[in-house]
Design a protein around this ligand. Structure first.
Ligand SMILES: C[S@@+](CC[C@H](N)C(=O)[O-])C[C@H]1O[C@@H](n2cnc3c(N)ncnc32)[C@H](O)[C@@H]1O
Length: 256
């Protein structure tokens, strides 16, 4: 993987990013690299190279894309929101698998204070860039300033270092799906994301770390027929392409 900047004017931004991520900077011939993080004037894009390459993957919250539409039309009655407990308030949420940041932003737009955690450094800079750009959007400005915080680190370390009043009411988990299962993300995006982050083979360890920390509940996303992330969810909410399993933690029954 490498960082690329086709536009000469963006070269110094690309150089800084390449240094931060400890990746090579490609100026002309990207042929030797299977994945490129491309600096464009509209934000960072992840691109595959070679024939049959998927189109670019972007993290974008404002503008006119699918994510902006989802943010504009989200409702506290959607299954994700129900799984997080929005019927009873606006809990603090630690999204332990932030990915492209969509679920984290939906919850922040709905009024939750969200700590978005992802261990992938490349996704970290893409999320940071997208949040900075969306912070100039009048509808998202305040949400980003007041309700979303990005942490680029393994969530198990973050959870292990969190306790007491610092602990979030809800921990939300959405690790990668098995390659054979349908995902909530479009196919092309899933393929690129999987190339970048892998299959999360250690996903089974997250629910236990999450349950130790969450003051009210743990929410986990699965495909409709996939087994739950951990045994015996307290309840489940079904969406069109995902199922949201909920595990109330000992205090969860009363808090949310
Ligand atoms: C399917 S994506 C999440 C998509 C996300 N819910 C969204 O709305 O865009 C899964 C993400 O979880 C991250 N991940 C998996 N295990 C993690 C861990 N232990 N700590 C931090 N991030 C993790 C991966 O890097 C990947 O980006």
């Amino acid at each position: 993987m490498s960082v690329a900047a086709p536009d000469e004017q963006l070269r110094s931004q690309a150089t800084t990013l390449a240094e931060e991520l400890n990746l090579p900077l490609v100026v002309e011939d990207a042929a030797g690299f299977d994945l490129l993080l491309v600096v464009t004037e509209h934000g960072l894009e992840l691109r595959e190279t070679g024939c049959g390459a998927a189109g670019p993957l972007k993290v974008q919250f404002g503008g006119a894309g699918a994510t902006a539409h989802r943010l504009a039309t989200t409702s506290p009655r959607e299954p994700l929101a129900s799984a997080i407990g929005l019927a009873k308030g606006r809990p603090t949420v630690l999204d332990a698998t932030a990915g492209l940041g969509r679920d984290a932003m939906v919850l922040a737009v709905l009024g939750c204070k969200v700590t978005a955690v992802d261990r992938c450094a490349v996704l970290g800079v893409m999320l940071r860039d997208a949040l900075q750009r969306a912070a100039t959007n009048p509808e998202l400005k305040q949400v980003i300033r007041d309700r979303i915080r990005l942490v680029v680190r393994d969530a198990r370390e973050v959870l292990a270092g969190t306790s007491g009043e610092e602990a979030p009411e809800v921990v939300y988990l959405d690790p990668m799906y098995s390659p054979r299962k349908k995902s909530a993300l479009p196919k092309k995006e899933m393929r690129l994301l999987r190339r970048l982050v892998g299959d999360d083979p250690d996903a089974g360890a997250l629910p236990e770390s999450a349950r130790r920390v969450a003051r009210a509940r743990v929410g986990g996303t699965r495909t409709p027929r996939a087994p739950p992330l951990a045994p015996t969810p307290t309840m489940s909410y079904k969406g069109k392409i995902a199922r949201y399993d909920v595990y109330l933690t000992p205090r969860g029954g009363t808090r949310l």
